[in-house]
Ligand binder design. Structure first.
Ligand code: MN
Length: 230
């Protein structure tokens, strides 16, 4: 079995189900007992999940008034996890908060609050949506020839853009070392990055795991698990 380590968060179900349906075996981490070094040695892939904001001092900023911390210990643990995984070239798939962790781990910075800091931004978080998990909030433009675009090609009718669910108030500001922007919202917000030098290192700002039933983003999980299996 291909064991996929999953960073613990408050909404685990869809991440676990997405991994299972792609042929992986979910291993939900306990940051108190599963040391990052052991996880990277024992897991075939690392899935970083959604959650609260990263402590801004970790990328050299003072906190914005909207700062809402993640669970205690997650920042340091997940940053160590992703650094070790990339060093060992263990596949990494990073979702929502996860793409921000990936970016900060590589020395990148974040926009702390899109609505108050980005002029004419789209709504990246639909307040009051009946079912936010499935609300397609905006379009993203895919970078032609990127791994993300190649993976989405079979699913999409328009190969250069797709609709995504989106519920974030932060985003990547400057990209970290080795990371390339591969999807952008029409307002310029970075929605996905890759490290093309790694076996598999993809981060997306939206929530592909919520669509495990209908499969819009199944190709991303399948390629992640395939890369982890090799
Ligand atoms: Mn968005």
């Amino acid at each position: 079995m291909t064991r996929i380590a999953i960073a613990r968060c408050s909404k685990l179900h869809d991440y676990e189900e997405s991994v299972r349906r792609a042929g992986g075996e979910p291993w939900v981490l306990d940051l108190a007992t599963d040391r990052a070094a052991d996880v990277v040695a024992r897991a075939s892939g690392i899935l970083l999940t959604g959650g609260g904001d990263i402590e801004p001092s970790l990328y050299g900023e003072a906190p914005h008034p909207t700062f809402a911390a993640a669970e205690a210990g997650r920042d340091a643990y997940e940053i160590e996890l992703v650094r070790r995984a990339l060093e060992a070239d263990v596949p990494v798939f990073a979702i929502c908060r996860g793409v921000q962790v990936l970016n900060v781990a590589r020395g990148g910075t974040l926009i702390q609050d899109i609505p108050s800091q980005v002029a004419s931004a789209l709504q990246h978080k639909r307040e009051g949506a009946a079912d936010p998990a499935f609300t397609l909030a905006h379009e993203v433009w895919l970078e032609p020839g990127s791994r993300l675009e190649l993976l989405m090609r079979d699913t999409l009718t328009d190969i250069e853009s797709c609709q995504v669910n989106s519920r974030h108030h932060q985003a990547i500001k400057s990209t970290g070392e080795g990371l390339v922007t591969v999807a952008t919202a029409p307002d310029g917000i970075i929605e996905a990055v890759e490290d093309p030098s790694r076996r598999f290192c993809l981060g997306v700002q939206w929530h592909p795991e919520n669509f495990y039933r209908t499969g819009e983003f199944r190709a991303l999980f399948e390629e992640f698990v395939r890369a982890a299996t090799r």
